[in-house]
Design a protein around this ligand. Structure first.
Ligand code: SF4
Length: 218
């Protein structure tokens, strides 16, 4: 137990409360469910993790944004819906092309291989900021570090086949990972897709579903 946080109990709470959006088909709202779980986990994080300056993660630091991120389908729904609401149709089309390219380039790469070839997330903007920050995946929120220099060095050393440890805040990690686990369980209990999907392909698919490319419809 970290700082009084009980991961299993919190996962159970997420599972139970997220279920209100996952009841029988006509009432299901996956986007609301994903946003609800994000809020629940963020509130838990704010209540328990003090701002003591230990975490070195900040906008513009994106050393870790080169791994394969797993998402649950409703998280991808929420990201796609947010993009359609907040970005122009042209921006969404450009992003969709980037996702398709990245999907092809990384399909067969595990985390380590992808870090070695430095294939960054398609949602990183030119300043190295997360372009979907308000709706970023739970597992992105879990990732953290007390030293961005350590992260940079760890990624660089991979090329020499050397592993370097990264010190992180375990409580932050536990909160968001257990939210992910509880949400997955809520989906499973309600008989819907509860598998992990890769962020790149899941959001590309959802974008296509929510806003099909007119040229592809012909
Ligand atoms: S979604 Fe955002 S935080 Fe997550 S890997 Fe991509 S750019 Fe980084």
């Amino acid at each position: 137990m970290l700082n009084g946080f009980e991961a299993d109990r919190f996962a159970c709470n997420v599972e139970t409360t997220a279920a209100q959006y996952l009841a029988p088909p006509s009432q299901r709202d996956y986007i609301k469910a994903a946003l609800f779980v994000n809020t629940l986990a963020e509130e838990e994080y704010q209540a328990r993790v003090s701002d003591d300056g230990m975490i070195d993660c900040q906008a513009g630091c994106a050393h870790c944004c080169i791994v394969n991120v797993a998402v649950l389908r409703p998280e991808a729904d929420a990201i796609a819906a947010w993009l359609i609401e907040h970005r122009s149709p042209q921006e969404v089309d450009t992003l969709r092309s980037r996702l398709i390219t990245l999907e092809k380039e990384t399909r067969w790469l595990d985390d380590e291989e992808r870090m070695m070839v430095r294939k960054s997330c398609a949602f990183l903007d030119q300043e190295g900021r997360c372009d979907i920050y308000p709706v970023r995946p739970l597992l992105c929120r879990a990732l953290n570090s007390t030293s961005s220099d350590d992260c940079r060095e760890a990624v660089a050393m991979l090329a020499l086949d050397e592993q370097r440890p990264i010190v992180s805040n375990l409580l932050q990690k536990e909160i968001f990972e257990s939210a992910f686990r509880g949400f997955g369980e809520a989906l499973k209990q309600n008989g819907v897709d509860h598998r992990s999907h890769r962020l790149t392909s899941a959001v590309r698919e959802r974008l296509e579903r929510f806003r099909p490319n007119p040229q592809e419809e012909k």
